[in-house]
Ligand binder design. Structure first.
Ligand code: FAD
Length: 488
């Protein structure tokens, strides 16, 4: 038995799933090798964890070992001429841009928060508000090294060990451990982006605009009022400034210029904001906020542009530290689905209305435009995504799961996909239907090759993947039996 001193409470980003695990924080590859052997000796499994920004159970491992990778956070090599950077997996997006921005380089793909680690971001193969144009983060990886649970180290790029390259990226930490990552960054000529914002009276028009105007911008994203029957909302779009457009690039590319302020309106400390937000995390409160936001959006003119720092535009959610805690003690979940161009508008409208009818409207809805990619466990399609945040309470957990089950069927009928980074409600059957038998067979073959003793596991693996492996061929990849603690 491992020392009880190692036991630590670990939860998901939304604080809706609470677990206890043996927590280790390796700082070298050799320590990870030792930890694999330790797990094997004790009949335990290992989950990799970056900054724990995954909404569901993708970085949890109840009763087993969790490796927090954040001590492996060195920048190994940086070339300010070419924008090529090699980092350890615990380096965060924030650490990355803070290191490179003054030289005029920025990560080509970022999530809506700057706190994920590069290892975690590649584990899920994150996308940004520019997915239709720049693809996922994995598409900007030149090379990575990974340690497999067999003890083997592999070096992968789109041309060397390409099968492992396109399967380890996005494999939710189930095939190997990224130990170094080489990325190509994007050249910039200003620390500002030029932003346009406009209101959209309904969801159909929002999706049409996301598609119609995407060629004019580098980023585009929609906010949906989940309490409105027609899904009215607002679009924000932005583009980079071209060389010579910013009269003071040296200043705007400084870290201090980008850093988000500590107070709101110069008075309210941001660290306290989530507490105040609690008053609005109910149906009438969310209605009030959304209505005010929409009415304000209607005063904006599409053609009137303004400048905003890259950080303020990309990481709006980071403005309010711990905002997810405003949902209350049982936390929140996010439900994100990806639908093809042809079916998205009708299906998303049906989903919004279904949530409203069930008395469980989303308090935050976000739409994006996407394109497909070559990764084995891809979540993207040529179409749109809608991410919906839901408050979890003791009394609504079961109803939320029922709602998710109903929405899953709508998504499947519409030819859609899901994203492990956001999921806590899929069932093995739904996962099998969207991933497909062929993908599951390839994943199982890779799992046998990279991790023959199924040492790398997470609660998500046991909830969605392992039952499918067992169905495909009994007794393959059957690690120790465990109970995942998920929203039901
Ligand atoms: C506010 C907010 C906004 C977000 N916006 C977006 C968005 O716009 N787009 C988007 O795509 N996602 C978004 N996300 C999701 C988030 O970017 C992903 O969940 C990301 O994977 C989190 O990285 P992390 O370092 O926190 O990793 P964790 O959540 O800790 O882990 C993520 C996965 O990576 C695996 N992993 C961790 N380290 C390694 C490693 N070294 N080697 C191999 N596997 C590893 C883990 O096992 C796990 O499966 C958002 C999340 C939040 C909280």
């Amino acid at each position: 038995m491992l020392s009880l001193d190692r036991l630590a409470p670990i939860d998901n980003f939304g604080h809706s799933i609470k677990t206890v695990s043996y927590l280790y924080r390796p700082s070298t590859v050799e320590q990870i090798v030792e930890l694999f052997r330790l797990a094997e000796r004790h009949g335990l499994t290992i989950a990799l964890r970056g900054a724990g920004r995954t909404y569901g159970d993708g970085a949890l491992n109840a009763g087993h070992i969790v490796l927090d990778m954040r001590r492996m956070n060195r920048i190994l090599d940086w070339n300010p001429e070419t924008g090529m950077i090699r980092v350890e997996p615990g380096v965060t997006l924030q650490q990355l841009w803070q290191h490179t921005l003054e030289d005029g380089w920025w990560p080509p793909v970022v999530s809506g928060t700057q706190f994920p680690t590069l290892g975690g971001a590649l584990g899920m193969n994150i996308h940004g508000k520019n997915n239709w144009k720049n693809g996922t983060l994995g598409e900007h990886v030149l090379e990575f090294e990974a340690l497999l649970p067999t003890g083997e180290t592999v070096s992968c790029s789109p041309t060397c060990n390409a099968d492992l390259f396109y399967s380890l990226i996005g494999s939710a930490g189930l095939l190997g451990v990224f130990t170094s990552i080489t990325l190509q960054l994007k050249k910039l000529y200003s620390g500002n982006v030029r932003v346009s914002a406009w209101a959209t009276p309904n969801l159909r028009e929002m999706l049409t605009d996301l598609d119609r105007f995407k060629a004019d911008y580098d980023y585009i994203v929609g906010w949906v009022d989940g309490l409105n029957r027609n899904g009215r909302g607002q679009i924000h779009a932005a583009d980079y400034l071209r060389e010579g457009e910013d009269p003071h690039p040296t200043q705007t590319l400084r870290v201090e210029y980008q850093t988000l302020p500590d107070t709101f309106f110069g008075v309210v400390p941001k660290s306290m904001m989530w507490l105040g937000m609690r008053f609005f995390m109910n149906n009438p409160g969310a209605w009030l906020i959304n209505t005010a936001k929409y009415l304000h959006a209607r005063t904006l003119e599409h053609n009137k542009q303004y400048l905003q720092s890259l950080v303020a535009f990309n990481f709006l959610l980071d403005y309010v530290p711990n905002w997810e805690r405003s949902y209350g003690p049982e936390g929140m979940i996010q439900y994100q689905s990806f639908l093809p161009l042809e079916t998205a508008a009708e299906t998303y409208l049906e989903m919004l209305r279904l949530c409203q009818r069930r008395g469980l409207p989303t308090y935050l809805g976000v739409t994006k435009r996407h394109r497909p990619d070559k990764f084995l466990l891809t979540h993207a399609v040529n179409g749109y995504s809608l991410a919906m945040d839901f408050k979890v309470t003791r009394s609504n957990r079961a109803r939320l799961q029922q709602l998710a089950d109903e929405m899953n069927q709508l998504v499947l009928q519409a030819g859609g996909r899901f994203y492990f980074a956001k999921d806590s409600t899929l069932t093995p059957e739904v996962a099998a239907r969207y991933l497909g038998e062929e993908t599951l067979r390839r994943l199982r073959a890779l799992k046998e090759r990279c991790d023959p003793h199924s040492l790398l596991q997470t609660d998500l693996y046991r909830r969605l993947i392992r039952p499918n492996f067992e169905r495909l061929a009994p007794n393959v990849c059957a690690g120790p039996a465990l109970t995942a603690n998920v929203v039901t």
